[in-house]
Ligand binder design. Structure first.
Ligand SMILES: Cc1cc2nc3c(=O)[nH]c(=O)nc-3n(C[C@H](O)[C@H](O)[C@H](O)COP(=O)(O)OP(=O)(O)OC[C@H]3O[C@@H](n4cnc5c(N)ncnc54)[C@H](O)[C@@H]3O)c2cc1C
Length: 449
């Protein structure tokens, strides 16, 4: 059994931001934590990394700038170290490509190579007690390369696990011909987009738009049918007043609203981020369709207000029964079905169930420090706080829409770092020494069950 004072689960932007904040402060907490990440690197959404995909928030909303503009971990610091700063400034662009932003995240992750363990997947969390009965967490970790399993006992857990790609159950019939948008470019690399392909794309959000643009640019794609329950395609409202909503201070205001106010707000801002497509992508799509027409081609079909009734396999591919509102069902054949059907915020719920949390698919309430109130099986010893659990990017309904974006994570990291630092400072000196001794060995092997 390993021992670590603090474990951060996931090395996406949420936990990377936390690492940068602790490093800026030269916090000792950095010496007693470890990050567990199941992927092999911090590359950001590679399955949707189109050449011209750009960030949807300003580059100032990076991992550090809004918390500390002089941080060595800002996007500008990255550009300077890569000798790209002058040229980037001359592009006059506040919205870098997703590829460049992904390179930035990888750059940050390399700075924390001692803390981050890649290729390790968390498969379980439960309580345990030490000899005196003080509760702690046990985190079960699987090595993704070898399959070996180990356990680590920890006091503080920070979950930044991101969201799970969602494919509606009735569409998931054939893993070769049905793909989630998040894996789209992997599927292209694997040769699953055949010549003269007839492709159906389900969904009307940014991913659907970017995939349709990519497909229209490929002359070897024969047909593209976009299917959505609502009107296709709605433009993202990104006027400056809307961007004001996606800030950390506004997320605090949101957290103070009564339930009904939060619900109405989330409903009202749907076309500011979710289920809508940015203007540049819509213009590109329109231009490509126009160009097709000048060549006598008509490849794009938009099926708004349309439901997919069923998906079945046939000899050549997939047979979809679709039903447009007010029309009889129709049968259409496709070679590939791309589900741009979004993500579900449920990764943490599954892991936290053994702690008596997350039984329902809704937010687990967090306090102002993003900490969850826990019901321990035993009382902590006098003077000790007991284990603590923090959630980042898992609380849209209680912390507002900023929570699910990059927009507030620099400042959120500051708040969580305060709480972690305060916990560490409250430890007895001999306990701190024990953690520091154990943290010099960053491995999870051994104690395999
Ligand atoms: C294509 C795409 C583009 C986007 N563009 C923007 C944008 O421009 N602006 C914006 O604000 N937001 C954007 N988003 C939303 C964006 O994903 C988030 O803002 C950001 O990535 C959230 O960071 P995170 O760390 O919370 O989650 P993630 O980035 O999802 O990171 C979570 C990490 O946890 C790891 N993990 C999960 N489960 C386990 C486990 N059991 N064990 C170990 N590790 C685990 C994952 O591998 C992952 O590395 C985009 C999303 C997508 C899909």
């Amino acid at each position: 059994m390993q021992r670590r004072k603090i474990l951060l689960l996931g090395s996406g932007p949420a936990n990377l931001a936390l690492l940068t904040c602790l490093d800026e402060r030269r916090s000792r907490t950095l010496d007693v934590l470890q990050v567990i990440e199941r992927r092999e690197s911090a590359v950001w959404h590679p399955g949707l990394e189109f050449e011209d995909s750009t960030l949807q928030v300003s580059l100032f909303k990076d991992l550090a700038f809004l918390r500390n503009p002089s941080s060595p971990f800002t996007f500008f610091s990255f550009l300077r170290e890569k000798e790209l700063l002058y040229q980037y400034i001359h592009t006059n662009n506040l919205y870098p490509s997703r590829k460049l932003f992904s390179d930035y995240l990888v750059w940050v992750s390399h700075k924390f190579h001692r803390q981050i363990s890649f290729g390790k997947e968390v498969t379980g969390i439960r309580y345990c007690g030490d000899q005196l009965g003080t509760p702690r967490f046990v985190v079960v970790v699987r090595d993704t390369a070898t399959g070996s399993v180990s356990e680590t006992v920890t006091d503080d857990l920070v979950l930044g696990l991101g969201h799970e790609p969602h494919i509606p159950e009735n569409l998931a019939v054939d893993t070769d011909r049905v793909v989630h948008s998040n894996r789209f470019l992997h599927c292209v690399d694997e040769g699953r987009l055949k010549r003269d392909a007839r492709v159906a794309v389900v969904g009307g959000g940014q991913s659907a738009g970017e995939i349709v643009r990519y497909l229209l640019r490929r002359p070897d794609v024969a047909e593209i049918t976009v299917i959505g329950r609502r009107h296709l395609f709605t433009q993202t409202d990104d006027n400056p007043f809307v961007n004001d909503l996606y800030t950390y201070p506004r997320s605090l205001e949101f957290a103070g609203l009564p339930d009904e106010g939060r619900r109405r707000f989330l409903c009202d801002i749907k076309n500011t981020n979710f289920s809508s497509v940015t203007q540049d992508v819509l213009r590109d799509i329109y231009g490509l369709v126009f160009e097709d027409r000048t060549w006598g081609r008509d490849r794009l079909r938009l099926c708004s207000y349309t439901e997919i009734v069923s998906v079945g396999k046939n000899a050549d591919g997939l047979r979809l029964e679709i039903k447009a509102s007010g029309h009889a069902p129709a049968i259409c054949d496709f070679d590939l079905l791309v589900c741009a059907t979004g993500f579900t915020n449920n990764r943490h719920l599954k892991l936290l169930r053994p702690l008596g949390l997350g039984a329902q698919d809704r937010d687990i309430p967090v306090n102002g420090s993003f900490e969850v109130e826990l019901d321990f099986p035993a009382r902590p010893r006098r003077g000790l706080t007991g284990p603590r659990l923090f959630l980042m990017n898992h609380s849209l309904r209680t912390r507002g829409p900023t929570e699910h974006t990059l927009a507030g994570l620099a400042e959120r990291a500051g708040v969580v770092a305060d709480a972690l630092d305060a916990g560490y400072r409250s430890e007895q000196p001999h306990e701190q020494a024990a953690y520091l001794a154990s943290s010099s060995i960053f491995h999870l092997e051994g104690a395999v069950k």
